[in-house]
Design a protein around this ligand. Structure first.
Ligand SMILES: NC(=O)c1ccc[n+]([C@@H]2O[C@H](COP(=O)([O-])OP(=O)(O)OC[C@H]3O[C@@H](n4cnc5c(N)ncnc54)[C@H](OP(=O)(O)O)[C@@H]3O)[C@@H](O)[C@H]2O)c1
Length: 360
């Protein structure tokens, strides 16, 4: 029942937009910028593209969206077990005609499969659904362990999440043992605090290759990003467009700031900077992440948006990077701590205003 509810909620939360803003073109002053295809190097030695494609929501549209985005030029796909789109993603990759080895494919284990004895089988489920012999990156979706079983959101009679008895360190050790099989090329985490990553480093001998976390101009996390870089951990920004995703206004735990903060498409500063390069605020926000040495994984099922996002890898002047730095308001939109019965991001910025309320 919950699984169905999740599908319905996520499909209804997103509607392809029909309004296409024109690209800024204030005639003579627009700079011609070269579009790049930046790649970064992980601590495994493997390359990861700067631009990736998010697949959370719109399950029915993802097969075509994945196929079209690869044909357009994207080379990284981000998915997760809990999105219930892995089969569509697998079909989309095949349909695109782009060879599997040219695609960087990442998926995430979900919290009800974190018991060490469940991890290998859960990966097999993902590989089967994705119809691929390996993934380039396997992430632990959250540091929270839910009760084992097939229920993704196991709740008690009062609707409260039931947590499991093992820890994320146990899960990490089980994930680490999968690498030698060749079915996983690199390992990472998502939604971890600095202290939790430090715990992994102290208690195991595998440093995550990637931390996938919320970063956008309104939540820049400069100190944490610096710390991660110092430990050789590559950052992949999720929700790189901030609260553009309507999910952050519709979910039961949406914070007040998700309703009161204007979308980045209305940011006067991003609009102004965009005029200089002939780019939209969305493209400037994505370029800002890439110019900071991070990957970005915008989600879209709309062709013109996919094209725009693909043209968002270009060089920004240092003065514009400095101006975007002033936009930081420590606004964290993704914070299901209360529902998950676990204080996420405990030593990080933007945890004020956490709302109780069901995730799914
Ligand atoms: N690890 C985690 O816990 C976690 C959490 C959240 C997200 N993620 C990953 O990160 C990906 C991206 O995050 P997100 O989906 O939350 O948000 P996002 O990519 O920041 O924003 C998506 C929203 O922006 C719109 N959009 C995309 N490109 C646009 C453009 N060029 N112009 C105007 N609007 C545009 C999309 O519209 P349409 O819907 O109309 O196409 C959608 O409403 C997810 O799909 C998922 O893969 C991971």
């Amino acid at each position: 029942m919950l699984r169905g509810a999740f599908r319905r909620a996520t499909t209804a939360a997103t509607r392809p937009s029909t309004f296409r803003p024109s690209l800024p073109s204030s005639s003579t002053n627009v700079r011609t910028v070269a579009t790049r295809a930046t790649q970064f190097t992980l601590n495994t030695g493997a390359k990861i593209p700067a631009l990736g494609f998010g697949t959370f929501q719109d399950a029915d549209a993802q097969e075509d969206a994945v196929s079209r985005c690869l044909q357009a030029g994207f080379r990284m796909i981000d998915t997760a077990q809990v999105y219930h789109v892995e089969e569509a993603v697998g079909r989309g990759i095949h349909k695109s005609g782009v060879p599997r080895e040219d695609v960087f494919l990442a998926t995430k284990l979900w919290c009800n499969k974190f018991h060490p004895d469940d991890v290998a089988a859960s990966l097999e489920d993902s590989l089967k659904a994705l119809d691929t012999p390996y993934v380039d990156l396997l992430l632990m979706h959250y540091p929270v362990v839910f009760q084992r079983g097939d229920e993704p959101f196991p709740r008690d009679a009062n609707g409260r999440m039931i947590l499991g008895k093992t820890t994320f360190v146990d899960t990490w050790r089980a994930m680490s043992s999968l690498v030698k099989s060749g079915k996983v090329k690199a390992l990472g985490v998502s939604n971890f605090s600095q202290g939790e990553i430090q715990t992994l480093i102290d208690k195991t001998d595998v440093v995550p290759a990637v931390h996938q976390m919320e970063v956008h101009p309104y939540l820049q996390q400069r100190d944490f990003n610096k710390w991660l870089r110092g430990h050789g951990i590559h950052v992949v920004q999720f929700s790189p467009l901030g609260n553009m995703n309507p999910f952050y206004r519709k979910t039961g735990w949406s914070k007040d700031i998700a309703h009161t903060t204007p979308p980045i498409t209305e940011s006067e500063l991003l609009l102004e900077i965009g005029k200089k390069y002939g780019k939209t605020p969305v493209q400037i926000a994505l370029a800002w992440g890439i110019n900071n040495g991070r990957s970005v994984i915008p989600k879209s099922v709309v062709d013109w948006q996919i094209e725009q996002n693909l043209a968002a890898d270009f060089e920004l002047d240092a003065e514009d990077m400095d101006r975007i730095a002033t936009m930081d308001q420590r606004l964290r939109f993704n914070d299901p701590s209360a529902d998950y019965e676990y204080r996420l991001y405990s030593d990080l910025e933007g945890i004020e205003g956490t709302k109780d309320g069901k995730t799914h």
